[in-house]
Design a protein around this ligand. Structure first.
Ligand code: PEP
Length: 260
C-alpha cells in the first residue's frame, strides 16, 4: 500500500443473500465502518437489492450517508432500450451508486465478455459518472504455461483502450487471478505484487507514470482476515476486492482494517 493512494476495499456479494440479510449485513458494516480507518469501503450487492442497501447506507433521499459507498456488479453499455434483464449505468447512478465492477472473471468466462465488451462498458460507466472497478487476471492454465504477463497485458490494454488519461486517473483496477477466486488459494504477496507492478506499468503506458501512480489497484482472490495484512504491505496493492469474506461483517471489516 502506498501512502500516496487511499486504499479501497470492496465487497462483491455476487448472487448471494436475501433482502433481509442484505439489509442487516449493510447495517453491520455501516455501523462499524470507522473501524476500517481511512479506507474507502464499497458494497456491491445483487442488483435487485441495491435499493435496499442504498437505503441502509443512508443514500436514499433524506437519508444520512454512512460513508460506505454502493457499487454495481455489472452494467450494460447502453443508456436504455430493449435489453431485457439488463441494468444501465445511469440506473446504478440514480439509486446512489458510485462504483461498478466490470469484467469480473465470472462475467468473462460464464457470460462471454471479451475485452472489447468490457471496454464499451467502462466507457459507458464513466459517462454515467461512476467509477469502474475493472477486473483482470489469468487462469491457472495460463499461469502454469507462463502466460500471466501476456494475458494480463492484453486484458488491461484491451479493456482500457481509448480511455483519456483524465478518466483513467479515476478508475480502479482489480487484479484477480482466476485460480485464486473462491478457491481458498491466495496468490503469494510476491506473485500479487509482481502483477500489480506490471499493471501499473501498463497504466503508465496508457497515460503517464504520474497518472498511473495515482490509480488504485486492488487484489482479489480468497482474501481473508488472516492473509490481508501481508497483501496490504505490498507497495502496489491498494486494497482488495473481496468475494466470500465480504458476506460476514466481521471478516470484511477485519480485511479493511488491514488496509487502513
Ligand atoms: C471475487 O469474486 O471477486 C473474489 C475475489 O472472490 P473470493 O474473495 O471469494 O475469492
Amino acid at each position: 500500500m502506498s501512502t500516496r493512494r487511499k486504499s479501497i476495499v470492496a465487497g462483491n456479494w455476487k448472487m448471494n443473500l436475501d433482502a433481509a440479510k442484505a439489509r442487516s449485513l449493510t447495517e453491520a458494516v455501516a455501523a462499524r465502518a470507522a473501524e476500517a480507518g481511512s479506507v474507502d469501503l464499497v458494497l456491491c450487492p445483487p442488483a435487485l437489492y441495491a435499493t435496499t442497501v442504498a437505503a441502509a447506507l443512508g443514500l436514499a433521499a433524506g437519508g444520512s450517508p454512512s460513508g460506505v459507498a454502493l457499487g454495481g456488479q455489472n452494467a450494460h453499455d447502453k443508456e436504455s432500450g430493449a435489453f431485457t434483464g439488463e441494468v444501465a449505468p445511469g440506473m446504478l447512478r440514480d439509486i446512489g451508486s458510485r462504483y461498478c465492477i466490470l469484467g469480473h472473471s465470472e462475467r468473462r468466462t460464464l457470460f462471454g465478455e471479451t475485452d472489447s465488451v468490457v471496454n464499451a462498458k467502462v466507457k459507458a460507466v464513466l459517462a454515467a459518472g461512476l467509477t469502474p472497478i475493472v477486473c483482470v487476471g489469468e487462469s491457472l492454465a495460463e499461469r502454469e504455461s507462463g502466460r500471466t504477463e501476456a494475458v494480463v497485458t492484453e486484458q488491461v490494454l484491451g479493456s482500457l483502450a481509448g480511455i483519456p488519461a483524465d478518466d483513467l486517473a479515476t478508475i480502479v483496477v482489480a487484479y484477480e487471478p482466476v485460480w485464486a477466486i473462491g478457491t481458498g488459494k491466495v496468490a503469494t504477496p510476491q506473485q500479487a505484487q509482481d502483477v500489480h507492478a506490471l499493471v501499473r506499468a501498463l497504466l503508465a503506458r496508457l497515460s503517464s507514470p504520474t497518472v498511473a501512480d495515482t490509480i488504485r489497484i486492488q487484489y482479489g482472490g480468497s482474501v481473508k482476515p488472516d492473509n490481508a495484512a501481508e497483501l496490504a504491505a505490498c507497495p502496489d496493492i491498494d486494497g482488495a476486492l473481496v468475494g466470500g469474506a465480504s458476506l460476514k461483517a466481521d471478516d470484511f471489516l477485519a480485511i479493511a482494517k488491514a488496509f487502513g
